[in-house]
Design a protein around this ligand. Structure first.
Ligand code: FMN
Ligand code: SF4
Length: 352
């Protein structure tokens, strides 16, 4: 877990990854300031081997979520370069998670994949490639293309959403075409960027991607040239997981994926204890362990695991951080004092 690893042009000091976590912290134009820098500085100092930013929209008019970071405009590059510099100062590589929440036309109307023209699909592809070029200009080591959690690309590749009859629909290969063209476009424009894709192992939606469909998608992404794949799923942040209870809930899929594709696989979802994490590394072929909520609870969790101060995260997976200010752990202060949230706190959280 704590030995250096090289993959796709990156050198990581350990196998722990900060999974993309939306901080709801950016201005409407995507600008970021000291609040964001503080979060990334703390994360980098906390000991992760690789950091992935919260979802960063490739479009200026994407208003799917509040406080999204954005890389749709060259003018934003210096602000993101400062974030990258802070993370690099701790010897940690960083990927920008590039995402589109939804596709909005100039008139503000949101359009689903079935209603888009081929010209609009190609425009979305250009947005991703242009945003990747801005990420490179800002100094990011790579990008993660967000094809999970029913964000736009994840809906596009899902047979439950995409009913197109043209070259962008009607078969697994055609539904994946937009993502593969984005991956090839980024590779051509910025050959040195690490390209990761975050995917759903299962849409958990009637008629959507099941594990077989997700494996087929990942094979196509590997052929298109991704350097790594992070295995997630709709309903990503399962509630109630704790050390020893319901951990590593996408591990069965990730194990199948690691056996199928020739690129490193990251597993995210409910990793809480040293024991479960080590078991994943030993038994599944997964090479990287990705964490979100445990790092909201305590960004120094990796350092504490490494030093032996902790063997597990005390995050109780209550998901209250989804609705808190800047998505901070509601037990942040308790975490810093080393206290474990008690049952009363959990009840309050679940009611929220
Ligand atoms: C507050 C919050 C924000 C999140 N934002 C993102 C995001 O921007 N992009 C993404 O792919 N996943 C996001 N996730 C999902 C996490 O990356 C992760 O997949 C999920 O929480 C399961 O991992 P965990 O058990 O380590 O938290 C978010 C999760 C939380 C709790
Ligand atoms: S609020 Fe804190 S304890 Fe609850 S899921 Fe979020 S990080 Fe974990």
């Amino acid at each position: 877990m704590f030995e250096p690893v090289e993959m796709g042009g990156l050198r990581l000091k350990n196998r722990l990854v900060r999974s993309a976590t939306w901080e709801a912290i950016a201005a409407p134009d995507g600008g970021i300031d000291e609040a964001a820098y503080g979060i990334y500085d703390e994360l980098a100092r906390g000991g992760v081997g690789l950091a992935i930013t919260g979802f960063t929209s490739v479009a200026g008019n994407d208003r799917s979520f509040g406080g999204m970071m954005r890389l749709h405009d060259d003018a934003l590059v210096p602000q993101y370069a400062k974030l990258v510099d802070m993370v690099h100062a701790q010897g940690v590589p960083v990927l920008a998670q590039l995402a589109l929440g939804g596709f909005y036309r100039e008139d503000g109307r949101r359009v689903e994949p079935d209603g888009m023209t081929v010209g609009e699909i190609r425009r979305v592809e250009r947005w991703f490639v242009d945003a990747a070029a801005r990420a490179k200009a800002a100094g990011f080591d790579g990008v993660q293309v967000h094809v999970a959690h029913f964000f736009f690309l994840s809906r596009f590749v899902s047979p439950a959403v995409n009913h197109r009859a043209d070259e962008y629909g009607s078969s697994a290969e055609n539904r994946a075409r937009i993502v593969c063209e984005i991956v090839r476009g980024i590779r051509e424009r910025e050959p040195e960027l690490h390209i990761c894709a975050k995917v759903n192992s299962n849409d958990f939606t009637p008629g959507g991607l099941d594990e077989e469909g997700a494996l087929e998608l990942c094979r196509l992404l590997a052929d298109a040239g991704v350097d790594s794949i992070e295995a997630s799923g709709n309903g990503t942040s399962v509630a109630g997981v704790r050390a020893g209870r319901g951990e590593a809930y996408f591990a069965p899929f990730a194990k199948r994926l690691a056996a199928e594709v020739d690129v490193p696989v990251m597993l995210v979802g409910g990793l809480r204890s040293r024991e479960a994490m080590q078991r994943v590394l030993d038994e599944t072929g997964v090479e990287l362990l990705s964490l979100s909520r445990p790092l909201l609870f305590d960004p120094a969790f990796p350092n504490k695991l490494q030093s032996g101060e902790l063997d597990e995260s005390a995050c109780i997976s209550c998901n209250a951080c989804y609705s808190s200010h800047q998505h901070r752990c509601v037990f942040g202060k308790a975490a810093k004092r080393g206290q474990t949230p008690n049952c009363q706190m959990e009840v309050t959280c679940q009611q929220n």
